[in-house]
Design a protein around this ligand. Structure first.
Ligand code: ADP
Ligand code: MG
Length: 684
């Protein structure tokens, strides 16, 4: 038997059984070994017949006293066996399993586990699991018993015995692939021990040791592979060395003072600068928490010390917005900002390029235009990317290559649970702005079904009549799917012609040309459109304070993090805002998820809940992000192991950046197997 053989090489696993294993996702012998128990039942406490506790599960060793009876009672065929040990006699009954009458041999010893009840003064074990005591190791009784996810026709007992037979046959072939040094340092048991004891733990301690090893292994493969894909950034001596960290000039011109959370993050950034190694930092902060202001302060320090800053935003609209807010502040400070967008005329572009190359422009803001080859910086000290999840790693790296090893700051409003962030952004340090500026109004969130449409529409009209604006969001399965986009356009027509005849309704989605999108967004922003119907293209960063209603159709189709982002588009002005989630889904989890939205306005809390309701595989869409489903690690419980894993991965690459050393070959091979579709990974 080999690890990569199909399961039908195993004795007793043919035709039908093979199909059933396949149904559980078990195709190969290795899959079977990695079909880890979902739970355990401690049946290791063997009791004497006179120690049995009524109404509890008991495990008893005893001898079959006489040939079992079989009789019929109502719809049931009952097999009843008499069992004794040196202390007394008990009975066991099974329902509708007549073959047991002949399976149990008089005079033989068995171990039984089942619930005990008291009937007519006799102790009766109901439908106990049982195993012959003697030659073979006990698997279902008399020990800590594994419980697997099973399927009809594939019982726990069968799965246990198949897995045990495989372990016995193949344990010599279970290979160690974690390098000895790492194994010793992080106190990990050998793989062989781990596989055996995760299925059939000898005691609690051996279970914990086994599990730790397997959790470590799983997270380590994931983390090490991600770092490899991303191109591990070793902390290098930084070229942009700042001496002057005084930002009082900036704080004087800002119309507000920093929140404590902003100050804390800023001090983390400044500490990086002072350390004179290249900063790689992710700033996470809820929508509206003031990430841009933090970026301004970092850019200001760079400018004061003679370095340039580049800020890359995912859309023209956002780049424009940033340019406006930066210019307003930096004009007063005599620091020159320029905007590089797709729409610039050739001559304008040349002038902007020149000012960047000569170093007059200290802050360069734009979309992908910033990373064009033609753009040359004089001395780029800091590269900032905003709303990072829209960019791939490659673009981020390209931006950082524009300078001599500049500091990197990544800003994201996607509230990622810390555990996941450690994985997704394994190469970045993380700062969190966990507080909103004072005086923000909470957006009221309602969850309704489609029977409420008439009321919703008049609610929207009422607000537009008072001069406000509204968003209506439709889901698309994937931005750009033709039918869905058509649905958005048709729906807009319907709204225009049948419901909001007297209002200005426009539609925007990802397949429109950038110029047109900008035009529509600008019109909305100027108040020339009342209702903007959109797919999620508006999700990122848009700021129209006069929009106070966010209606989201088929809300169950969005991730909670995304709903939270969308909701963040309203509640930006002085007016009370509303987010209305419409869904007719009867699915329990879907409903729970909507309830989370109505109750919480904290992005991190929401994303933690989302993670726990949907599981990490689903969190970002597995397909989109290529994160394999985790077999054993739990991103909540295993944060400590994850920290160790992160350290171990860094040490791994520091010692052997390209994984060329002999001792790391097996690991490298295993990493490749772990991700089947490595090429699709492009996140973080
Ligand atoms: P985001 O984190 O979503 O990028 P922004 O930086 O765009 O948030 O800030 C949102 C709004 O809050 C902006 O109008 C900004 O001027 C304002 N703001 C930022 N920091 C503060 C603060 N400390 N006090 C008051 N308002 C602030
Ligand atoms: Mg922002």
């Amino acid at each position: 038997m080999e690890l990569y053989n199909s399961v039908d090489v195993i004795k007793n696993v043919g035709g039908e059984r093979k199909k059933k294993f396949n149904k559980l996702g078990v195709f190969t012998v290795l899959d079977l070994l990695e079909h880890f128990p979902r739970d355990y039942n401690d049946r290791s406490d063997l009791r004497k017949t006179d120690e049995i506790i009524i109404n509890e599960e008991n495990t008893v060793k005893g001898v079959i006293s006489t040939k079992p009876d079989i009789f019929t009672k109502g719809r049931f065929q009952i097999v009843k066996a008499k069992i004794h040990d040196d202390r007394g006699t008990v009975y066991a009954v099974w329902f509708n399993q007549p073959y047991l009458k002949n399976a149990l041999k008089v005079g033989e010893s068995y171990v039984f586990t089942g619930k005990a009840v008291l009937k007519y003064n006799s102790v009766i074990l109901e439908s106990p699991d049982f195993e012959l005591y003697g030659e073979k190791e006990l698997l279902s009784t008399g020990r800590i018993v594994p419980i697997y996810s099973a399927t009809a026709g594939l019982s726990q007992k069968i799965i246990r015995s198949v897995i045990k037979s495989v372990i016995d046959d193949i344990s010599g072939k279970i290979d160690e692939f974690i390098p000895e040094g790492i194994r010793k340092k992080y106190k990990l048991c050998e793989r062989k021990f781990a596989v055996l004891n995760i299925h059939f733990p000898e005691n609690d301690e051996s279970f914990f040791i086994a599990r730790k090893r397997l959790v470590f292994e799983e997270l380590f493969l994931l983390q090490a592979k991600l770092l490899q894909v991303k191109g591990f950034i070793k902390k290098r001596e930084c070229a942009a060395i700042a001496e002057d960290f005084d930002i009082s000039g900036l704080t004087e011109v800002l119309p507000f003072s920093f929140t404590n959370a902003q100050k804390k993050v800023l001090s983390e950034i400044i500490l990086d600068f002072k350390n004179k190694v290249t900063m790689s930092r992710l700033v996470q902060g809820d929508v509206g928490s003031g990430k841009t202001a933090v970026a301004m302060a970092a850019a200001y320090i760079m400018a004061k010390n003679g370095y340039q800053t580049a800020l890359m935003a995912p859309t023209d609209v956002l780049a424009n917005q940033h340019f406006e807010s930066f210019s307003k502040v930096f004009e007063k400070l005599g620091v020159r900002c320029v905007l590089l967008s797709g729409g610039l005329k050739k001559s304008e572009k040349r002038r902007v390029y020149e000012s960047i190359e000569l170093g007059y422009a200290k802050i360069v803001i734009g979309t992908h235009a910033v990373i064009q080859d033609a753009v040359k910086f004089d001395n780029l000290g800091l590269a900032i990317t905003d709303e990072q999840h829209r960019f791939g790693v490659r673009q981020r790296n390209k931006l950082s290559k524009k300078g001599n090893n500049p500091h990197i700051l990544v800003m994201t409003a996607t509230p990622i649970p810390r555990t996941l962030a450690l994985i997704l952004y394994g190469d970045l340090d993380i700062s969190i702005i966990d507080e909103l500026p004072p005086g923000r109004q909470k957006t009221d969130t309602l969850f309704v079904n489609s029977s409420y449409y008439q009321r919703i529409y008049s609610f929207i009209k009422k607000h537009i009549d008072r001069g406000r604006q509204a968003y209506i969001i439709c889901p698309t399965i994937e931005e750009g799917e033709k039918n869905d986009l058509k649905a958005v356009e048709q729906y807009t027509e319907k709204l225009k012609n049948e419901i909001f005849q007297n209002y200005r309704v426009e539609c925007i989605h990802g397949k429109f040309k950038a110029d047109y999108k900008n035009y529509v967004m600008e019109s909305f922003s100027k108040g020339d459109i009342d209702i903007l119907v959109s797919t999620t293209v508006i999700e990122v960063g848009i700021n129209v304070p006069n929009a106070v209603i966010m209606l989201i159709e088929n809300a169950e189709r969005f991730g909670l993090a995304q709903l939270h982002q969308l909701r963040g588009r309203v509640g930006r002005g002085a007016e009370k805002s509303y987010c209305i989630l419409v869904s007719d889904s009867e699915n329990k989890v879907a409903k729970e998820r909507m309830e989370v939205m109505t109750k919480s306005s904290d992005g991190f809390e929401i994303s933690e809940k989302d993670l726990s309701l949907r599981g990490p595989g689903d969190f970002f869409g597995t397909r989109q992000h290529g994160i394999p489903e985790l077999k054993i690690a739990n991103l909540y419980k295993d944060i400590e192991v994850l920290r160790e894993v992160r350290r171990a991965s860094e040490e791994l690459y520091i010692n052997d950046p390209l994984l060329e050393k002999e001792e790391n070959q097996k690991l490298a091979a295993e990493m490749d197997k772990f991700f089947r579709e490595t090429d699709n990974i492009d996140f973080g």
